[in-house]
Design a protein around this ligand. Structure first.
Ligand SMILES: O=P(O)(O)O[C@@H]1[C@@H](OP(=O)(O)O)[C@H](OP(=O)(O)O)[C@H](O)[C@H](OP(=O)(O)O)[C@H]1OP(=O)(O)O
Ligand SMILES: Nc1ncnc2c1ncn2[C@@H]1O[C@H](COP(=O)(O)OP(=O)(O)OP(=O)(O)O)[C@@H](O)[C@H]1O
Length: 388
């Protein structure tokens, strides 16, 4: 029997944070073994689109983590996920929650989406930011430079020198988006103390300059997301510190250089994206790529990958395998890492499966990013320290 949200009050849930697809609340109600120490992750929908029941999608999220992700990332570094039903009078309950959270949501998110009040179930996850601690959430993005093998003559020299994150930031900045300019994801993944320090310093500066709106860094203190104006509360939890930025970086640095999590993410991203989207697109030009994989197809895929992580030949006979590998790589390029200070734990969140119809979007986006970057007179040189 799954817990039911209508056993709690909408006011027992406090708005915590959100991403592109989901909105997250932490439990603040009376002690209840089903909900203590958890967050509630609910689907959103784009304003003006139809409400949908995401029941099967939510079950898929949980199965995907259990069957696929837990075979790649140790469970100690993942939140526990359990399904929760909304229960009787679900619509009214969700509408009350949706109305109460609106004032706390960022304006740009409010303009585009809101809670899907037709959902009949959702996910409860371990609250990774709660307690008398500081939790820092980093969305590290891409941790490798592509191998030149499958790149075209037009892109090879660009894509093997400047990392995807730096090039994408350039395009986004041109388009007027909030970006972490100065942050290079390869620095964060390098394992090298001074480069990791640089990465954290750039993330902090971008967080300050964007007034906390940039999505590669979030800071939580005592279970609540803080903005730059509240940064002094970081000092309450760190001994002998006078400058929040320096204190936080000093606390994070030993954790991030010691954890195997970043190395694991970069290794998985790289080995699962062995062809680059260009190499993959050359295959799907010759054969249809097919529908979204079922869980049993994912399970077969992961067994094959774990038995021999080097991918099969880049030919159309293996298109499906390469497509699934790329999808999984995309999940790992888009996840976030939560580091708790001072206890030093590191966990990975947002590991949902991506839909296969994204492949074409990624190919178009890649071409657009490289085209824009090709026009830069002095291109950045990013160093891939983990290249094998
Ligand atoms: O394409 P990207 O690299 O910009 O990644 C998207 C993210 O943008 P970012 O660059 O991290 O600001 C984007 O993040 P935001 O909504 O911008 O916070 C989403 O994570 C999106 O995935 P989904 O639509 O939620 O499945 C992400 O889309 P996918 O690439 O995973 O399709
Ligand atoms: N287990 C957790 N504990 C604490 N906070 C969490 C947890 N899961 C998610 N969050 C918070 O909620 C936010 C949104 O969750 P998540 O990243 O899973 O959403 P998303 O919509 O899939 O994101 P994206 O747009 O990046 O794909 C996270 O950035 C994080 O701040």
């Amino acid at each position: 029997m799954f817990p039911s949200l209508t056993d709690t009050l909408p006011t027992d849930w406090s708005y915590l944070s959100e991403g592109g697809a989901t909105i997250v609340f932490s439990y603040k109600g009376p002690s209840n073994p089903s909900f203590n120490g958890t967050v509630l992750r609910l689907r959103k929908r784009v304003l003006g689109s139809e409400d949908e029941d995401h029941h099967s999608e939510i079950d898929f999220t949980i199965d995907f983590q259990k069957e696929i992700i837990e075979r790649l990332i140790p469970r100690a570094h993942l939140p526990r996920l359990v399904p929760v039903v909304v229960g009787e009078d679900a619509g009214t309950w969700l509408e009350a929650l949706a109305a109460a959270c609106e004032p706390h949501r960022p304006a740009e998110r409010r303009r585009t989406d809101h809670i899907d009040v037709k959902s009949s179930n959702a996910v409860l996850a371990t609250d990774l930011v709660g307690g008398q601690i500081i939790a820092v959430e980093i969305k590290p993005k891409w941790g490798f430079l592509p191998s030149p093998t499958f790149l075209s003559d037009a892109t090879r020299s660009i894509k093997t020198r400047t990392c995807r994150f730096c090039m994408h930031s350039h395009l986004k900045a041109q388009q007027g988006d909030v970006v972490a300019l100065g942050y290079c994801s390869l620095d964060l993944f390098s394992g090298d103390e001074s480069r990791v320090k640089n990465a954290l310093s750039s993330l902090w500066d971008a967080w300050m300059n964007s007034d906390g709106a940039m999505n590669n860094l979030k800071v939580f203190v005592h279970g609540k997301k803080i903005g730059p104006v509240e940064q002094s509360c970081i000092l309450d939890l760190l001994d002998d510190a006078t400058d929040p930025k320096e204190a936080l970086i000093s606390a994070l640095l030993p954790i991030l250089t010691a954890t195997p999590v970043l190395r694991t993410l970069a290794h998985l991203q790289r080995t699962l994206d062995a062809l680059d989207i260009e190499g993959l697109a050359a295959l799907w030009d010759r054969a249809p790529v097919g529908p979204d994989p079922t869980m049993s197809e994912w399970t077969d895929f992961i067994a094959t990958y774990l038995a021999a992580p080097s991918l099969p030949p880049a030919d159309s006979a293996h298109l499906r395998h390469h497509a699934l590998a790329y999808l999984l790589s995309a999940t790992l390029k888009d996840c976030s890492v939560i580091v708790r200070v001072p206890d030093g734990t590191v966990a990975v969140i947002d590991l949902d499966a991506k839909h296969i119809d994204r492949l074409r979007k990624w190919a178009r986006l890649d071409a657009e990013i490289v085209r824009a970057y090709a026009a830069v007179p002095e291109r950045k040189v990013c160093v891939d320290a983990l290249r094998v």
